[in-house]
Structure formats: structure tokens, C-alpha cells
Design a protein around this ligand. Structure first.
Ligand SMILES: [Mg+2]
Length: 210
């Protein structure tokens, strides 16, 4: 029996087609290139390799590349106005309001990013009981098991009764490995062979609330 809904934010509560996350990626690579003195191509390549063992680029840069100014990193990668192209989504708001269970957000982004997105979507923050951002999680990101366990402890719930919805398979796999219930949101049908529950649109999650 599902008792709690735990949502990812980016490309889950709004569509990937707005390109917001692509822009964040571009800014991360530009920041890395400047910080490490690399070309953009080389920075992108090193990032692809480096983040294999981490949930976020920041964790990799802090652990292996000596990055200490986390706030400068966030200021560069999540500038004011980053969400300005996102339109309001009244349908999403009604949908969230109609769900009969408490809801929370778990994101590897910083809180200011969450606030901008919710503000642009016109989704009131109080539709969620908690917002777990990367700072609140001690700069540890999904799919770290510790992060999921910390979040569930705060929510007072368990993996098997908490439905997690995320668009990124490695994060979902991390949660499923804990015995969690999860839905991969695969808007573009990018993962047709994904072996676990998968939805194409957020609305489909209601079929899994048993
Ligand atoms: Mg996402």
C-alpha cells in the first residue's frame, strides 16, 4: 500500500522539452572547463567519465578535483532567470491536488532552483510536505542509498510504501535496490527495454497507488 509520493523535480514535474536541464548541463561544463583549465569538449568528456561513480557533478568535483566553493558553483550553474521559459502548468497543479497521498520532492538541485521552477509552474510549495534539495541532503545526491534513507526517515515512511517518480534510470535503480517502489517517467520513450515499471506521462502514476 503506497503511503507517500516522492517526486523528482527536473524533467519530472516539467517536461524535458523545455530544455532547462540541457542548459544546466551546458553551464556545468562551462564552469568545469574554466575551473579545470580545459576545453569545453575535454571538460564534457571528463565529466562523463568522472560522474559514473557519483550522483552529481558537484560530488565528483568536490571529491576528486578539489572544488571547495560550492556557492560559486551553484551561482554559475543556476543563475537567476534560469527557469524563465517555463510556462504555468495549471493541469499539474490540479493533478497534484487531486492525489490522495502526501507528496514530497527529492532533487539533486539546489533549493533556489526548486523555488524558481515551482514559481514559474505556479505550483504552490505547500502541495509538498517536504522539499529535499542537495544542500538539505548534505551535498549528497541520488542515487546514494544514504540520501534515500535520510529522506524516508524524515517522512516517517519506508521504501516499499513510498512511490518514487524520476526520469533518470540510475537514480531509479538506486531506489529499487533498496526495495523501493518506483516509476521511471520516460516521456520520450527513450528506455523501451527498461525492465521495471515505467510511465510515459505523470498522470499514469494513479494506476500504481495500490
Ligand atoms: Mg530529473
Amino acid at each position: 500500500m503506497i503511503q507517500y509520493l516522492l517526486f523528482d523535480l527536473d524533467n519530472t514535474l516539467y517536461s524535458a522539452r523545455y530544455g532547462l536541464e540541457r542548459n544546466v548541463d551546458r553551464r556545468i561544463i562551462a564552469y568545469m572547463a574554466s575551473y579545470l583549465g580545459l576545453s569545453l569538449e575535454e571538460a564534457a568528456k571528463q565529466r562523463r567519465e568522472g560522474i559514473k561513480f557519483y550522483g552529481t557533478t558537484l560530488e565528483w568535483l568536490r571529491n576528486e578535483k578539489g572544488l571547495s566553493d560550492v556557492e560559486a558553483y551553484y551561482a554559475a550553474t543556476h543563475p537567476e532567470g534560469e527557469a524563465d521559459t517555463l510556462p504555468p502548468n495549471p493541469m499539474l497543479r490540479s493533478f497534484l491536488e487531486s492525489l490522495p497521498l502526501p507528496r514530497a520532492i527529492l532533487t539533486n538541485s539546489p533549493r533556489e532552483h526548486v523555488d524558481r521552477i515551482l514559481n514559474k509552474l505556479e505550483i504552490p510549495e505547500d502541495l509538498f510536505t517536504h522539499i529535499f534539495d542537495i544542500r538539505r541532503n548534505g551535498f549528497k545526491g541520488k542515487p546514494n542509498a544514504e540520501v534515500f534513507y535520510q529522506v524516508l526517515a524524515v517522512l516517517g515512511t519506508k521504501p516499499e510504501t513510498t512511490l518514487f517518480i524520476d526520469d533518470y534510470p540510475p537514480y531509479m535503480e538506486g531506489y529499487l535496490a533498496l526495495g523501493g517502489k518506483g516509476l521511471l517517467l520516460d516521456e520520450e520513450n527513450a528506455y523501451p527495454d527498461y525492465p521495471h515499471p515505467r510511465i510515459r506521462e505523470l498522470w499514469e502514476l494513479t494506476s500504481y497507488l495500490k
